[in-house]
Design a protein around this ligand. Structure first.
Ligand SMILES: *Cc1c(COP(=O)(O)O)cnc(C)c1O
Length: 227
């Protein structure tokens, strides 16, 4: 992980690492998308990365994104912002208005609320299903054994545009096992998108098929506050 405090040069270093990891795995570097996780960082810090040409971002709180992104979008209309944090029912409407992709569809209630809001708003966002690969009781996500049925329910009965899966492996376990599991579940459900890998392990995730890596600290430095 880089120690540099300049987000633009950190971004260049992360991009180079991604290209190297993809090439080493025999993959096209263009098939790996970097989601720059800007949570807790202010608009000026984010702007440095936008000015460096980056356009794909992740935020984990609906309210923070609602406050930060409208002004940035006005200057950079081609940005895409992914919701990568937990979604509560009472925030679904705001989330659909604020984000471009919902990465954290994690339970039937939220899937139904999203389907309803997409109909109401006439705006249908691509969605990923969050998988609790470590089956951790305190962590959000669908248990690995329930994903096939949940994806079918979302796609066939609710009409959601489920494009892929995302996971956050347990901190104290070998991440590679979780990345391999997510990849296998995505493949058997015909899902192309695999959102996995963060600052500490994105290269490993790429070697196991990640199409989207979510990288915060390695680009923006240590977050000013934690959740
Ligand atoms: C904060 C966060 C990240 C980025 O983590 P870093 O270790 O700072 O790269 C990735 N994914 C999710 C879901 C997050 O909440």
């Amino acid at each position: 992980m880089t120690q540099n405090t300049d987000p633009a040069s950190n971004l260049a270093a992360v991009r180079a690492d991604i290209a190297k990891a993809a090439t080493a795995a025999g993959r096209d570097p263009a098939a790996v998308h970097l989601v720059a996780v800007s949570k807790f960082h202010d608009a000026d810090t984010v702007r440095a990365v936008l000015n460096a040409g980056h356009r794909l971002f992740g935020e984990n709180r609906v309210q923070e994104a609602e406050e930060k992104w409208p002004a940035l979008r006005a200057d950079f209309p081609d940005v895409a912002v992914h919701l990568i944090g937990p979604l509560q029912s009472n925030k679904v409407k705001n989330a659909v208005a604020t984000f471009d992709v919902i990465e954290t569809v994690d339970r039937p209630k939220i899937a139904r609320a999203l389907a309803k809001e997409f109909d109401r708003a006439g705006r249908r966002l691509p969605c990923y299903v969050q998988v609790n690969t470590g089956e951790e009781p305190q962590k959000a996500g669908v248990a690995p054994g329930d994903v096939d049925a949940f994806v079918a329910e979302c796609r066939d009965n609710l009409g959601l545009d489920i494009q892929g899966l995302m996971c956050i492996p347990p901190v104290d376990e070998e991440a590679a096992l979780h990345f391999a599991l997510l990849s296998e579940i995505a493949d058997r459900n015909g899902l192309a998108v695999k959102s996995m890998g963060m600052s500490a392990d994105y290269e490993k995730a790429i070697s196991l098929g990640a199409t989207h890596v979510r990288v915060g600290t390695a680009i923006f430095g240590v977050r000013p506050q934690t959740a």
